[in-house]
Design a protein around this ligand. Sequence first.
Ligand code: SAM
Length: 307
Amino acid sequence: MTTADANAIEKDLTQSTTAAPVAPRIGLEQYYSEAGPDYRAWSREFNMHFGYYRAGANPLDREAMLEQMNAEVLSRLHLDGIPAPRLLDLGCGLGATLRSFARRLPRARLLGLTRVPWQVEHARALNRAAGCGEHVRVIEGDYEDTILPRAGYDGVYALESSCHAHGADKRALLAEAHRLLRPGGRLVIADAFLAGGRLAGSLQRRVYRKLCECWVIEELAQLHLFTQRLAELGFTGITVENLQMRVAPSVAHIHWVTLKFLLTDVVFGKRRMTRARWNNVLAPILLPLVSAPLGPMTYCMVTATKR
Ligand SMILES: C[S@@+](CC[C@H](N)C(=O)[O-])C[C@H]1O[C@@H](n2cnc3c(N)ncnc32)[C@H](O)[C@@H]1O
């Protein structure tokens, strides 16, 4: 097979899996500012991600599973032997992971980046309330093009934020992460990917597109393009772990949390429901319809080292 044949097949596979990128009707800033407070229903610590289930853990204790996901990211950053590691959270939300790391690594210098000014303000307030010192900071910025110093970090991670980056290979985000890491530094990305085959038919494609629109995602990364891009950038030791079964117990909480939210906030609540807030109600209903085993969406943790 020639390279041209291989490229044609890959292009065909890519197009049939996802179709064209989605153009969400509301912006990222609006979505996270309006729906941001609702994440409290999911996590009292404002963890804006799924949980990691370990054998023997209580699958009903959602907060513990969310915190375990933070611990899993941290362990994959391989920081042993670095007395005061410099870590960067690309897409830090309300800073829950930063605060978790600060508790575990009191000497680490932690920086979180988010594009949403509302999150910067509230993450800083949450950090103050948690007693975090000057070594835990949150700033506004775009993780695809930061003004942060080259090779300034021992570890860089993106926990359920890379999905918002451009492209099926997330090239700008990965290139920026590569620039920011010191040689030998580690990258950890945990998120949903398109990996398990194609979207089956037009109904599933429509569900996928609606889900992306709800969560203000243009397109999910395609795992093979994503790892190919990492290799092209010069990352080594690229490892992919499929965590679909690890996150399943916390995903199972989503419908109960949504129902509770509908009762407390929509039926009896005083805050006005907006499109962003309705999106957050609709997305969990759509999620299982395109996720493994029914669809190609699957949750992975990807780790790599900068050469
Ligand atoms: C689902 S939240 C995850 C937050 C956090 N990582 C957590 O697990 O709690 C996605 C985050 O990605 C951030 N984000 C999306 N695109 C971004 C960009 N281009 N630059 C910086 N942050 C971005 C959003 O502002 C939001 O904070």
